[in-house]
Design a protein around this ligand. Structure first.
Ligand SMILES: [Fe+2]
Length: 244
């Protein structure tokens, strides 16, 4: 009886199908540092949670993580044969988490951006101050034919409780991505509450882990019991990133 009850109340995270925001590609940013650490994270996500597609999204940020598309592609392609041999039924991909700075602006003009599922692009903006250029950059991306996905809007503290700002971004055509661990308090209680509010207003399109290291794997097990996530789980549309 106890086991049955537990099964009924635990959320099946395999319904998310794809994790499109993570720092599992080792040794290129503040994420996993070694191939072995990456395997600890991947083993859990694939064998325990049953994710089917993992798309790596390393940081590209001037004066922080000066990665280039070519360097990241080379690193990924060198790793891919070992990944495919270890996880034969899983699809792996690469794009990036772009910090929207001046460097990004020039990259986007050169059309030299790592995208996923045709034209989707994952972008982030400053956490602690509002970059007044942010909305213009998102608009320019849309006008250039990209589909921007704004990473973890709940973490931009200056927008806290500003549902109208997020609604405006959605009306522009920007998609919003929830960091799953925000709901578990990884970034503090205020971010957690704000993420819950965005979720209950059905404003998120995508949910992803943004996992950085093997210690964070523990957050997945508590997430399966998260009542807020289970209540609004159906509003998440990760499948749009899987369809052809
Ligand atoms: Fe990230």
């Amino acid at each position: 009886m106890g086991l049955w009850f537990q099964k009924k109340t635990e959320l099946d995270l395999s319904q998310l199908v794809i994790d499109c925001h993570n720092h599992i590609l080792y040794g290129v940013d503040d994420g996993c540092q070694t191939e072995e650490e990456s395997y600890i994270v991947l083993d859990y996500m694939i064998h325990t949670l049953n994710y089917q597609t993992i798309v790596f999204s390393p940081h590209i940020m001037k004066n922080g993580f000066d990665n280039t598309s070519d360097d990241l592609k080379t690193h990924f392609e060198q790793w891919l044969p070992r990944l495919e041999s270890r996880y034969p039924r899983i699809a792996f991909g690469l794009w990036a988490e772009y910090f929207m700075d001046e460097n990004f602006q020039s990259l986007s003009k050169q059309k030299n951006l790592l995208t996923w599922h045709k034209n989707h692009i994952l972008v982030e903006t400053a956490m602690n101050y509002e970059d007044m250029n942010c909305q213009h950059l998102l608009y320019d991306l849309l006008m250039s034919g990209y589909q921007p996905i704004l990473a973890h809007p709940e973490r931009y503290t200056y927008w806290n409780k500003q549902l109208d700002t997020l609604e405006h971004l959605k009306e522009m055509g920007v998609k919003l991505q929830l960091n799953l661990f925000s709901l578990e308090g990884l970034y503090g209680n205020s971010v957690k509450k704000w993420a819950e509010e965005i979720l209950s207003n059905n404003l998120y399109d995508i949910a992803a882990s943004d996992i950085h290291n093997s210690r964070q794997v523990d957050f997945f097990s508590t997430l399966k019991k998260n009542s807020k996530l289970s209540q609004y789980f159906d509003t998440i549309q990760n499948s749009i990133l899987c369809s052809k």
